[in-house]
Ligand binder design. Structure first.
Ligand SMILES: [Fe+2]
Length: 288
């Protein structure tokens, strides 16, 4: 998580001014760079094949914050090993893409032979047997709103990608910042076209959905098109909260193909305040 200590005042002459005061009053104390590096170090120890970050890397998406996030991404790992999607805080106001979240483009770019030359999202990365499909729900919103939107064109391309990757026998992980399931967020923080997303899912299916935004542990089974699709909302990696479901943490997903379908094991780890170590929070196994 980035800092706004060096923010320039001209960058705050818009909706960001409200977000800046929110950061001064609240978020500054509830996120810490130290916890972020502690989380990333612990995660690295487990040597995952691939890392997925589901967004809000910054508070207000300023040029300096995006540069700062780019530096810690580069320290964390190579772009081919890390896939990210942006969150609403990363696109807080309309801003120049290249100067802001475009700094992370290498981490949210599809494989060269899988990439749509015109559209950035959804991107597709094949890490056999897994297909990572990254969506962007990050759009600037009116003050006091933190909604997300996918848009009809992105949903149409998502439908196509879900079908083609299913035909290739891949395990499809959809990554998006806003939770798409009913009741995931309140009215001001919701994914506004969640209904259209769920219709796409119903027709084309997926094996796993990962989202951020809520800063809390979420696990739901989404009944869709005759399938049960696991949905995981992950807590923030930099969180300094006291509520158990909001403590900093990460999930590890292990995917195996069996003669009877996919076997997914999910282990959740959270930071234990007492000894500042990551401890297992829960472990689940799914057959899909
Ligand atoms: Fe968010």
């Amino acid at each position: 998580m980035t800092s706004l200590d060096d923010v320039k005042w001209h960058e705050l002459l818009n909706k960001r001014i409200l977000g800046y005061f929110s950061w001064r009053l609240n978020r500054r104390n509830s996120h810490s760079v130290e916890i972020l590096s502690h989380t990333l170090d612990d995660l690295a120890r487990r040597q995952p094949d691939h890392v997925i970050i589901s967004g809000d890397l910054t508070h207000l998406g300023t040029i300096n914050e995006c540069l700062e996030a780019s530096a810690w991404l580069n320290r964390t790992g190579a772009p081919e090993h890390i896939s990210i999607v942006p969150g609403n805080h990363d696109c807080y106001v309309a801003a120049d893409f290249d100067a802001t979240i475009g700094r992370w483009l290498a981490y949210m770019q599809g494989d060269p032979n899988e990439t749509d030359a015109v559209n950035r999202f959804p991107y597709l990365r094949i890490r056999d047997p897994v297909a990572v499909i990254g969506l962007s729900t990050a759009v600037p919103t009116a003050p006091f709103f933190a909604t997300g939107r996918l848009g009809a064109e992105q949903l149409q391309r998502l439908h196509h990608l879900l079908e083609t990757t299913a035909n290739r026998g891949l395990y499809r992980i959809i990554v998006l910042h806003h939770g798409p399931q009913p009741g995931a967020s309140g009215h001001r923080r919701r994914l506004v076209d969640a209904g259209e997303f769920l219709s796409t899912l119903e027709e084309a299916g997926a094996e796993l959905i990962i989202h951020g935004h809520g800063h809390r542990q979420v696990h739901q089974m989404l009944e869709s098109g005759g399938r049960s699709i696991p949905v995981f909302g992950v807590p923030s990696a930099s969180a300094h909260y006291s509520k158990p479901e909001k403590k900093a943490g990460y999930n590890i997903y292990e995917v195996n193909k069996t003669p009877n379908g996919w076997l997914t094991q999910v282990e959740s780890f959270v930071l234990d305040d007492a000894d500042q170590k990551f401890v297992k929070n829960f472990s689940r196994v799914f057959k899909t």
